[in-house]
Design a protein around this ligand. Structure first.
Ligand SMILES: CC(C)(COP(=O)(O)OP(=O)(O)OC[C@H]1O[C@@H](n2cnc3c(N)ncnc32)[C@H](O)[C@@H]1OP(=O)(O)O)[C@@H](O)C(=O)NCCC(=O)NCCS
Length: 219
């Protein structure tokens, strides 16, 4: 979705920690995008559950800081009437656009796994164009692969590699606490993990974006 298309009305349903984080974002465009993402994710989750957005309480979790309504960052989640809402969620924003992903937490039980998490990431080629990207973001094997690519394919490939890494790190719940240069973007994933490139054209995104979705199941 285009973040500018998200109306501000849903802002009334945001929780205090979400408002406090927004208030601390000094760049007005970044603040608007953050709020639009939170409003859109809450509306998305409420729509799937068939409840009103005000019935959900944000319940983010961070490996360092814990879980709960007072947390303003980390893996997204909600509680519904004081119980887990039963959704696995992910969000990514880039250059005014956002991708949201959701699954039913119950799907893990149906597939005989203990738990399932999802990670989505959207990246624009311009975001990976800075000097030094290859050193901070790519593994040695990826840097070798990149050298063999025709120059016009290098930036889309970098964006795709980065989207796949961030999708994986979100699905694992760590984010960039794990060095992205230690994550193989295109390797055959470990058991219980799937990473797919998303068709950005079919999703209605303008040219220049790459997007990936990762799913991690715990046996
Ligand atoms: C997760 C992360 C890789 C995303 O960065 P990004 O590409 O700049 O931003 P995106 O728009 O693609 O994703 C942002 C969303 O990722 C999600 N997210 C953040 N941390 C996450 C985690 N640990 N696991 C899963 N998802 C996470 C949130 O939904 C966040 O949305 P928000 O801004 O509304 O909170 C990056 O924020 C990160 O590594 N964070 C970890 C470090 C950190 O949070 N430190 C401070 C607290 S101790």
């Amino acid at each position: 979705m285009r973040l500018a298309d998200v109306g501000p009305d849903g802002g009334t349903f945001l929780n205090p920690a979400e408002r406090t984080r927004a208030a601390g974002i000094t760049d007005p465009a970044a603040r608007r995008d953050f709020l639009a993402g939170r409003i859109a994710l809450r509306a998305f989750a409420a729509g799937i559950l068939g409840v009103g957005p005000g019935e959900l309480t944000a319940d983010y979790s961070c490996p360092d800081c814990g879980t709960g309504p007072e947390l303003d960052h980390g893996r997204p989640g909600y509680r519904l009437h004081d119980a887990p809402a039963g959704l696995i969620l992910s969000l990514s924003r880039s250059r005014g656009w956002a991708l949201l992903a959701a699954g039913r937490a119950g799907a893990a039980r149906e597939t005989g796994t203990a738990g399932m998490t999802v990670g989505i990431d959207l990246e624009h080629s311009s975001g990976v164009m800075f000097p030094g990207f290859d050193d901070v973001a790519l593994t040695a094997a990826e840097r070798q692969l990149l050298v063999a690519l025709p120059p016009e394919q290098a930036m889309p490939w970098r964006a795709s590699a980065w989207a796949r890494k961030e999708a994986l790190l979100k699905a694992r719940g760590t984010g960039l606490r794990i060095d992205p240069a230690s994550v193989e973007a295109f390797a055959v994933p470990a058991d219980g993990t799937a990473v797919v490139d998303l068709d950005t054209g079919a999703l209605g995104l303008p040219a220049g974006f790459a997007a990936a979705l990762a799913i991690v199941s715990q046996a």
